[in-house]
Design a protein around this ligand. Sequence first.
Ligand code: PLP
Length: 403
Amino acid sequence: MTAGEDIILRHRQYVMSTYAPTIPLVRGRGVHVWDADGRVYLDFLSGIAVTAIGHCHPHLVRAIRRQAGRLIHVSNIFYNEWQPRLAEALIVRSLSGGRCFFCNSGAEANEGLIKLARLWGAASGRYEVVSMLNSFHGRTLATLTATGQEKVQKGFEPLPVGFRYARFNDLESVRAAIGERTVAVLVEAVQGEGGVLPAAPEFMRGLRRLCDELNLLLLCDEVQCGMGRTGRWFGWQNYDIEPDAFSLAKGLGGGFPIGAVVAGPKLADLFRPGHHATTFGGTPLACTAALAVIETIESEGLLDRAARMGTLFQELLRERLRPFSFVREVRGRGLMVGVELDRPARPLQDELMKRGLLALATNIRVMRFLPPLIVTEAQVRRAVRIVKAACRSLESLPADAVG
Ligand SMILES: *Cc1c(COP(=O)(O)O)cnc(C)c1O
């Protein structure tokens, strides 16, 4: 039995089947990861937008090692030296006059947003959140209800009350979904799980106007599109608007679990002791990791790189994939890139993996690429060559074998 087979057998016996994992990975460095049998892959998935500065970036590793030997956890009933520094680093880059709450995941950050909205609306008897169809907000009961996709809700009814849905990029649909009890609109600047769909500028600006007009909160889920992925620190910054609050997780800790609720001045002072809490949120270790990620994005100019490499990647894909009739569209923002096919994308994902490129199909027909922000031009070009070769091999199969 190889080392890889041993991992797979043990996993299958003892770990719940919530995922159907593929390759056993054991080591990573920069844009590359290695499997248990020593094979190297170009990682254009980044743990689903998590390892934003690549695998085991020396600055992140050093920061985690140093803090792990000094103080890992204390509880939020004490101050710790790194939590306020991280909050400051996020606030100076986003909502001036705001404050942060730290948690451990994206779903938890969105729960925080929803609780914040309900508490704000309580005085006026409003609690309903309008979210978008095709969105993704997490797997807890409230966030899977906010998620506008039946497939994540099925089997978990009854769902919590207080959620309504509108069509993404359709302002009239949002207006129609708003009722007397509505308190907030929740939106992703780029729908990630939904198939890498950027919000239209008129839609985001229209939402901001609509929320102002009706005294509603505009909440952005930045869990996937935040932390530099779109070429700005936060996805909403591409639209010249400010949300009232937004959520972060995935890329924030560069692989160390941490999430955040970032609230602007309207909501910053709302949570008082007893309203909301989490044991692990904002430990010295997690905050040190997130600060190291922010420092690295800043010192290595990764926002600019994400924008430039994203444009190059999209242009090359558009050009090189033109001959393939099953490729419908190449789209995205920064290093959130999707290739929509006229058929399920999973066979393409498998072909890419065989050729040493990791990426993840989403919403059935979209091949999604989320390379780390440190990706180089040579690596982008290599990935495009692999995608082209994989498409060519799919083309030679009969259509029904591919779909
Ligand atoms: C992944 C994701 C979440 C959920 O984050 P978890 O850390 O898995 O709970 C929420 N919203 C968006 C947009 C995501 O991409």
